[in-house]
Structures are given as C-alpha cells and as structure tokens.
Ligand binder design. Structure first.
Ligand SMILES: [Zn+2]
Length: 150
C-alpha cells in the first residue's frame, strides 16, 4: 500500500484505495492468543477539505482468539464501517502514513475477550450449576401466580 502524498492530492478530487494488506506490511505480528486469519481488506476514500486531510476508512478482517471460558480458539470477523479520520494538512510532512493509522484502528477494534458464538457451550454447564445453587429450602413454596402459601 502506498503512502498518501498530500501534494499529489488535488483539490476537489478524491483518491480511492481498495487494497488487501498483509499484516506484516502493517508491522503486525501474530501472537499466541491473537491470530490474524486474513489480510486486512481496506476500502478508503481520501480527500482534502478545509485545510484538513479527510479519510473515510472501511476495514474487514478475521482474527482468532481463545474463548474466555473453554479456551478453544474461535474466529471472529471484524468490520470497521465508515470511520472518519481527519488530520490537519499542516501537521503532515510530505506524506500521510495510512498504514500506521490502519494498524491502530485494527487493534482498537479487537475485543478484549471472545466467547464461542457469543455463548460458550461450557457456559451452559455453569448455568446449571448456578440454578442448582439457587434451590434454597422453601423456594418451592412459591405458587405459580407468585403469591406465597403460608
Ligand atoms: Zn468456549
């Protein structure tokens, strides 16, 4: 992916970037508990307006992380839609490093933890366990309409 040379960007025109970027190119390395399964799909529109560089960013990628309950690795698709980034033109020297920005956005979108299909199988076991614990003596005195027999 090329850098954005702001002098090349003409007024009243926009540059469109549609690219698929390998994580290595972004300086991202897979970790033990965070694996990027796909390259980062980038769809961006870049233009100048009012002394600012404006970037409309859309990203799509897939990661794998261990489920917080059972530890099994699960895949999570991540989408960033219509994110607007602005930068004052006078703060940009020669070119704008879109790769660095994409890297930051990717990490911001990665959840702190994941769970199998939003509900881990093993969570069911925990639920059962909790229900059993809630069977206190006298709890069966409550009748169906909610009133309590004396
Ligand atoms: Zn799980």
């Amino acid at each position: 992916m090329n850098n954005i040379f702001i002098d090349k960007l003409k007024k009243d025109s926009q540059e469109k970037i549609i690219d698929s970027v390998e994580i290595e190119e972004l300086g991202i390395k897979n970790e033990k508990e965070l694996i990027f399964k796909t390259p980062i799909e980038v769809n961006a529109i870049i233009y100048k307006a009012n002394e600012e560089l404006i970037i409309n960013l859309n990203l799509k990628f897939s990661i794998e992380m261990p489920c917080k309950i059972c530890n099994e690795f699960i895949e999570k698709k991540i989408k960033v839609k219509n994110l607007y980034i602005t930068e004052r033109l006078k703060n940009i020297k020669i070119f704008y490093d879109l790769k660095e920005e994409i890297k930051n956005v990717c990490f911001l979108q990665i959840p702190d933890f994941v769970e199998c299909k939003n509900s881990c199988k093993e969570r069911q076991n925990i639920k059962k366990y909790l229900k059993k614990k809630q069977n206190f003596p006298f709890s069966n005195l409550r009748s169906k309409n909610g009133s309590t027999k004396m």
